[in-house]
Design a protein around this ligand. Structure first.
Ligand code: FAD
Length: 591
């Protein structure tokens, strides 16, 4: 019997695995997708090769790319951007690592307290999470983003509308700032040349400014895997977990199995309570089925698969909140056509932001051409101005919202480096109708009933819709102040790359699945440690740092409650994933 089984090696799961391995527990981590262990040789920088939904290296599907991806049932126009495999969706992510807004936590008494989703606050205070933020920020590490021309343009726009600059990691007022991100700062030749011969480690270290964050970061070439620029968990937490016996006195290396799809969580009844006891998993390549027992099981399969697995396991759902209350930040996208070069396709994909407590956030995002075209055309309002259906809101942008076609699209896409994009990240409400269930339409696949993901975009709460509209207006004003000659508002349908709160922790047992420790209310020894555990949309910033801070706290709670251990955060100094001891361990183990 294992001490702990972690299901899912993505943003949250890998954190629990590494933390408990460092405490000497016997941890098995199972991930449904590929190992993503050798970005240098396994990945390219070709947009279609990496991202194609049906056969790309980063997709929701099996590691054998000749096989079809795994289906989800989405009744509305929407796009779920999740990745199977070690690292999970952090292989795609941009590394932006802001802290959540303090106003979404219990006990918040600021003047703006009423502006948040007050019915669904976190069940503990913001202050309690801060030491865990610091711990994760040191491990990844999180640094102030390297910046270039597009960020300078975005900041000019922010100053132009009178926003002050924020210098604290704690978000307390409307302000702009460089991102705090989990991408190593450039050193040596990095960021100074496009010459591939010079962009090899150790001549180049950190971010090379290649602009390919979305494609999965393999830069700088030849760097030890734990020194890749973008700190996706396959290059940060996972190598640490696999070598915990070497860099941590008393640590124990985890066992990691990729291509291991968990299909059921079993329970036993002890002292009148239901307890998680073992999991069934299927080897995706051979089709063989296995069972493993553990003292504690941690569910971290992501916001869609965690509730799917719960429901397929016939675990209890007495209040109907398993899968419910999904938040997704009601994204939108504005594009400024600029009269000058923005170098939008270079550098970290997103290195500048503005935050608006109570409403959400805006990010400057630069993309490579294929992804820029995708983002520009993904509209819920159809072709700009072509329909008389009441679609296409007007506002401080050019004409009606919608997607550009024909000459307008050609002119815009003619030079991505003359564009300045702003992503709208709405602080959206936990709303019961937005949810993950099991599909009754599509047949089961080899891993059970498939998930159905429902987002009623046009029936969102008045607060969600108001926040989204206000942020779109602010984005347009920023672009105008930065000199845009044309501003397009695309009006995204649900673009699901920030997904959270489908197995939410909460103050009330009436509308939450987890207690304030991250343990399932109705199944003891079962914890949730991915974005699904988040209590709400945490103010409309990026999720992963908060999930990782919470996962660290959850690991401590598990260690204390079931293994008689003591808390460590705040008592010890963290060892960073780029520390020499970790690099030596990674090299010694041949990772
Ligand atoms: C383009 C893009 C950019 C982003 N940028 C940012 C950013 O800058 N900052 C930020 O904070 N967030 C960002 N995100 C979001 C970020 O990727 C997620 O917040 C994070 O990955 C979520 O972590 P998770 O553990 O919930 O899920 P995931 O990272 O998706 O991990 C879930 C894991 O579980 C595995 N799994 C699923 N089902 C099973 C099963 N049944 N058995 C075994 N394994 C299973 C999957 O293979 C996967 O590895 C971005 C996302 C995208 C798509």
């Amino acid at each position: 019997m294992r001490d702990v089984i972690v299901i899912g090696a993505g943003g949250g799961g890998a954190v629990v695995a590494k933390e408990l391995a460092a405490r000497g527990l016997d941890v098995l981590m199972l991930d449904a997708g590929p190992a993503h262990a050798k970005p240098d040789t396994d990945w390219t920088q070709l947009e279609d090769d990496q991202n194609n939904l049906f056969k790309g290296a980063l997709r929701w599907g099996p590691s054998d790319r000749t096989k079809t991806g795994w289906l989800r049932d989405t009744p509305q126009p929407s796009f779920i951007n999740q990745v199977a495999g070690v690292g999970g969706t952090t292989t795609h992510y941009f590394g932006n690592s802001p802290r959540a807004m303090p106003g979404v936590f219990a006990g918040y008494a600021g003047a703006d307290a009423a502006l948040y989703d007050t019915a669904h606050r976190f069940p503990f205070r913001y202050d309690e999470l801060v030491p865990y933020y610091r711990w994760v920020e040191a491990i990844l590490p999180v640094q102030t983003a390297a910046m270039g021309t597009k960020e300078a343009a975005f900041f000019r726009g922010c100053e132009g509308i009178g926003l002050p600059v924020q210098t604290s990691k704690d978000i307390t007022r409307d302000a702009f700032r460089p991102q705090e991100n989990a991408i190593l700062q450039p050193e040596g030749w990095a960021g100074r040349t496009n010459d591939p011969a010079r962009l090899q480690y150790p001549q180049a270290k950190g971010c090379t400014f290649c602009g390919h964050c979305y494609q999965g970061c393999a830069m700088p070439r030849q760097a030890p895997v734990n020194l890749k620029a973008k700190r996706a968990t396959n290059v940060s937490y996972v190598p640490m977990a696999k070598t915990a016996d070497l860099w941590m006195p008393g640590g124990k290396a985890i066992t990691l199995r990729a291509n291991a799809f968990v299909t059921r969580i079993h329970t036993t009844r002890r002292n009148g309570e239901l307890e998680a006891s073992r999991v069934d998993w299927r080897d995706v390549r051979s089709g063989q089925r296995h069972t493993e027992e553990a003292r504690v099981i941690v569910l971290a399969a992501g916001v869609v698969e965690s509730p799917r697995l719960w429901l397929n396991s016939d675990l209890p759902d007495p209040n109907g909140w398993v899968g419910r209350g999904l938040t997704e930040h009601a994204f939108d996208w504005l594009i400024g056509v600029m009269p000058y070069d923005t170098e939008s396709s270079k550098g970290p994909a997103s290195a500048a932001r503005a935050d608006f407590p109570g409403s959400g956030a805006l990010e400057n995002v630069g993309l490579t051409p294929g992804i820029q075209a995708l983002a520009s055309n993904f509209s819920d309002s159809g072709i700009r101005g072509a329909y008389d259906l009441g679609l296409g809101e007007t506002g401080p942008w050019t004409g009606k919202a919608g997607r550009a076609v024909g000459r307008e699209l050609k002119d815009m896409m003619g030079d991505v480096n003359r564009l300045l994009n702003v992503l709208v990240i709405t602080d959206d409400d936990v709303e019961a109708q937005n949810r993950v269930t099991l599909s009754r339409i599509f047949p089961r696949d080899e891993h059970g009933a498939i998930p159905r993901v429902e987002i009623a975009k046009r029936q969102r709460s008045a607060r969600t819709l108001r926040n989204r509209r206000q942020l779109a207006e602010k984005a347009a004003h920023i672009l105008k102040a930065a000199g845009a000659t044309k501003i397009l508002r695309v009006d995204f349908p649900p673009f699901l790359l920030h997904l959270q709160s489908s197995m939410r922790m909460g103050l009330s047992a009436d509308n939450s699945v987890l207690d304030d420790q991250g343990e399932a209310r109705w199944v003891k020894r079962l914890y949730v440690a991915d974005n699904a555990a988040l209590a709400n949309g945490y103010g409309g910033v990026n999720p992963t740092l908060t999930t990782q801070a919470l996962a660290t706290r959850t690991a401590e709670k598990i260690f204390q409650k079931y293994f008689g251990g003591e808390a460590w955060v705040g008592r010890e100094g963290p060892i960073s994933s780029v520390d020499d001891r970790v690099t030596q361990a990674v090299l010694a183990r041949g990772l």
